[in-house]
Design a protein around this ligand. Sequence first.
Ligand code: GLN
Length: 484
Amino acid sequence: MHRKTLIELRDGLQRGDFSSVELTEHFLHRIDTRDRELNAFITVTGELALAAAREADRRRAAGQAGPLTGLPVAHKDIFCTDGVRTSCASRMLDNFIAPYDATVVERFKMAGVVMLGKTNMDEFAMGSSNETSFYGPVRNPWDPERVSGGSSGGSAAAVAARLAPAATGTDTGGSIRQPAALCGVTGLKPTYGRVSRWGMIAFASSLDQGGPIAQSAADCALLLGAMAGFDERDSTCMEQPVDDYLAALERPLDGLRIGLARPFFGEGLDAGVERRVREALAVYEGLGATLVDIDLPHVHLSVPAYYVVAPAECSSNLSRYDGVRFGYRCQDPQNLLDLYTRSRGEAFGEEVKRRIMVGTYALSAGYYDAYYLKAQKVRRLIRDDFLAAFEQVDVLMGPTTPTPAFRLGEKAADPIGMYLSDIYTIAVNLAGLPALSIPAGQVDGLPVGLQIIGNHWDEARLLNVAHRFQQETDWHRAIPADYA
Ligand code: GLN
């Protein structure tokens, strides 16, 4: 059953080939026997999952099943789950049981989705390798000595190893697309404002966006249909109609204009990755698309702009963890200041502290204009570059990451090197655009991701463009030998 895509599992449930209880037991057994080596899950909610599966089977028997009813999915541990620990992979929230469901979790629940558990991630979603987690790194199912990518590394590894048919993720600067690329799965970061952020623990509020990680674009289409839509509890969630993503999948690609983002093919791009991406582009040409070179003159400023904006917003968002209201509290505080400083000092990891310090500095009096305001202006220029590009082309394509999965520990002592592994994904968040990563081949047995970027609200087209590729190739069906 674990070799099937989510769409195939949906059809199997509808035909009565298996029940949701059988399906859920199968995945729980896989997690139980195989996750020790990967560390993709922080919490497994077996009993809750079986209860939800029984309820889903009952609903189906009563003729009340929807398309997602009874399908098992894992949630990144950044989404609040009522009554279930929601740690954000931080010691700060190791003891935090969320008192409510995030909107995404609630919508899935209402659709009858079965939650298998909560997946591992970088602490507070800060990282590109899943090595900053309080619970330890997630290993890549294609090579256990390599990183899964981050920050949604647990979700990507769980789907790649078929411990879950699909999972949720969040993407602030690449955290859905980069681990999807490194683990050989499909991940979609929607337009900013497409999916509610309510109940999603905030990292950088103007960049964070939740989305699906699954085997195929069709699976992502199925999930996005349930995740997307207006939510009055998130003031940046847009009142924009949700397209029928599944209906749009089959559209032919004749005449599709693909822009090759020139800055994504420059120095630093691994030759093997570039080869796989160029082969994928040739597949698109075979489907009737034309390729156009596109300049994005300000995109080279993305990483520096992001590493001002994201830490600034995180320093503000993380000020709520003070040892008073919830989360970790130090032992025997001597006074209020001691309570604050020791609670934060003991419970935040090194990368989180680095970001809080950078962000606090960038927002401080006298530096705000020089750093934060300047970065916001650069951000506008980057957005304008993309909008100009979309006057000429329908989508942009390039690699998702400069290299395949790197070794555990390889960049851990080199924050700048780590930051640069998101060099192709970050501009998309600064511009608020949707983008996805699909498996496009391998280099030395390690997956390579093709990134497809669309204009605002163009998720249906992105999924369509990705789906047509997945009908021509079967990279998305490749399973690491140890997990087949
Ligand atoms: N790797 C980037 C960072 O560390 C992006 C993380 C994310 O998208 N959550 O900030």
